[in-house]
Design a protein around this ligand. Structure first.
Ligand SMILES: Cc1cc2nc3c(=O)[nH]c(=O)nc-3n(C[C@H](O)[C@H](O)[C@H](O)COP(=O)(O)OP(=O)(O)OC[C@H]3O[C@@H](n4cnc5c(N)ncnc54)[C@H](O)[C@@H]3O)c2cc1C
Length: 473
């Protein structure tokens, strides 16, 4: 099958599954201008798939925005320095159950079934191309090169509630619902220790940095902190550019990927319904383990026998510049390097996000709602937002900012409340429909009065009864 034929199949499948066909959203105004039903901030995979889910529910007055230029959304062709995805190729997600929209269908349409069968893991570039195709073939409305910089409560012209979202262009968009599909750092930051951050900017980087000049590292000593998949990928790229790389890890890598353990329907669908203690316990175990790297990644660094060293159970405690080089203090004495890369992941801190800053202190966090049993405390996990059943923010103090309930978080920050959900491929199949149902629930509830009036006024006849032909008693 060619891509053109596949696209025809997608159109046909959408048609065959279009029930219920009836439009149900009524355009609303804010300041005399059209308001959106849903604004999605972030047009990476989570944002565009949420848009697809909404469009299938006939919520089509929506927009996804992304601060990145078109084709540069998400990590896949920017800072994910890995030739392939880490997750198994048979994990579906964006298709939301429609076979013609799967990665496999898209790939086979261009390269044939044998090529897919022969593939080990999905090349990152292909995953990215697939997401761009998905967006195009479904006509997802996306506006690039624009960031959401602030969110505030507002009123529609008919008095209903809305959110006013300020953009980097200075425009203000009104929307009844906002979805934050802002990725790994959506409710926090890519984190590195302060002593590394305080080194000169051209001597250190986080693995998420777009602009690491690896050519400059040829013949230099590069110290990488962390043993997760991204740390290993960055080590590999530095090695491939001729650097000598030392990768420092607190614990000996186990080779285990916990995300593979949890990929079963019970966990994906129901973790978010479980009591707080169990959500906390499971997710603490999973989130506190660095995501393991696949065998290919290990092979990628092991090729460099002479220039790659794993400094096992040795971590950094301090850093400073000394005679033009970085002096790292480690748990086993000092180490000198020319460049430092932190593969230290993310940390939650809603105060750091410009779009959340004005009301960050009003967002309920896990620390506000849950006290772990002695021995299970975790100050970092406690900073995750404590979300409501529809992925919405809750107020720290009830009654203080009820409008927070119209902001739905679908990013890594959703993970402690729901298990794998936002910012994950394997969670999408189950989590996106749940999010979409939460959004439509709110939109429907907000219009109950109008629906009631509409029902009372409903007089569309499916049959005109000719009473002259009916014998009445
Ligand atoms: C390096 C790396 C490798 C990964 N590999 C895998 C893997 O192999 N398998 C797997 O299952 N998962 C993997 N993941 C996890 C997950 O699938 C990815 O993080 C994925 O990108 C999540 O999709 P997303 O849409 O939630 O976030 P993203 O893809 O990051 O998209 C978020 C978008 O929001 C935009 N944005 C953020 N803030 C704003 C704002 N204020 N205004 C406008 N736009 C904004 C960003 O520009 C970005 O494009 C990986 C993650 C990383 C970081």
């Amino acid at each position: 099958m060619s891509l053109t034929k596949l696209e025809a199949q997608v159109a046909r499948d959408l048609e065959l599954t279009a029930h219920p066909h009836m439009e149900w959203m009524v355009p609303r105004l804010h300041g005399g201008k059209p308001a959106l039903d849903v604004l999605i901030v972030g047009a990476g995979q989570s944002g565009i798939v949420t848009a697809f889910g909404l469009m299938r529910e006939r919520v089509r007055n929506i927009l996804a925005i992304d601060r990145a230029p078109e084709g540069k959304e998400g990590p896949w062709v920017t800072f994910a320095r890995m030739p392939t995805l880490r997750s198994p190729k048979l994990q579906t997600g964006p298709d939301l159950g429609m076979p013609s929209l799967t990665f496999q269908a898209w790939y086979e349409a261009q390269h044939g079934a044998q090529a897919f069968a022969d593939m080990n893991l999905i090349p990152s570039v292909d995953w990215h191309e697939y997401l761009l195709w998905f967006r195009r073939v479904l006509g997802i409305p996306v506006r690039n090169d624009v960031a959401a910089t602030a969110i505030a409560p507002g009123r529609l012209d008919d008095g209903g509630p809305c959110l006013r979202v300020t953009l980097s262009t200075g425009e203000v968009l009104a929307a009844r619902k906002v979805v934050l599909a802002t990725g790994q750092d959506g409710t926090g930051e890519w984190w590195m220790p302060d002593f590394v951050r305080n080194l000169p900017a051209d001597r250190r980087a986080h693995t998420c940095a777009l602009d690491i000049d690896f050519d400059r590292l040829k013949g230099k000593v590069v110290a990488v902190l962390g043993s997760g998949a991204s740390a290993m990928d960055n080590a590999a790229v530095a090695l491939e550019h001729g650097a000598e790389v030392h990768l420092f890890c607190r614990r000996r890598p186990t080779g285990v990927q916990r995300f593979r353990w949890l990929t079963f329907a019970g966990f994906l669908r129901h973790m978010g319904d479980m009591p707080d203690l169990w959500r906390w316990r499971f997710m603490a175990n999973i989130l506190n383990a660095r995501e393991g790297f696949p065998p290919d990644t290990l092979e990628r660094v092991l090729v460099f026998r002479d220039t790659f060293t794993m400094q096992v159970e040795r971590t950094w405690t301090d850093a400073r510049m000394e005679d033009g080089r970085i002096r790292l203090e480690t748990t086993r004495g000092p180490f000198h390097a020319d460049f430092a890369i932190c593969g230290t992941g993310i940390r939650q801190n809603v105060h750091l996000r410009p779009e959340l800053a004005a009301f960050a202190d009003k967002i309920a966090l896990w620390r506000d709602r849950f006290t772990p049993p002695p021995g299970e405390e975790d100050a970092l996990l406690a900073n995750y937002p404590y979300l409501g059943a529809d992925y919405q923010f809750l107020e720290k103090t009830p009654g203080e900012a009820p409008w927070l309930g119209d902001i739905h978080l679908f990013a890594i920050g959703s993970t402690l409340s729901f298990g794998v959900s936002g910012s994950s491929i394997n969670g999408m199949t189950i989590a996106v429909p749940k999010l979409v149902a939460g959004l439509t629930r709110g939109l429907f509830a907000g219009d109950l009065q109008r629906h009631w009036q509409s029902l009372l006024a409903y007089d569309t006849k499916v049959v005109d009864i000719d009473w002259s032909r009916v014998k009445t008693g």
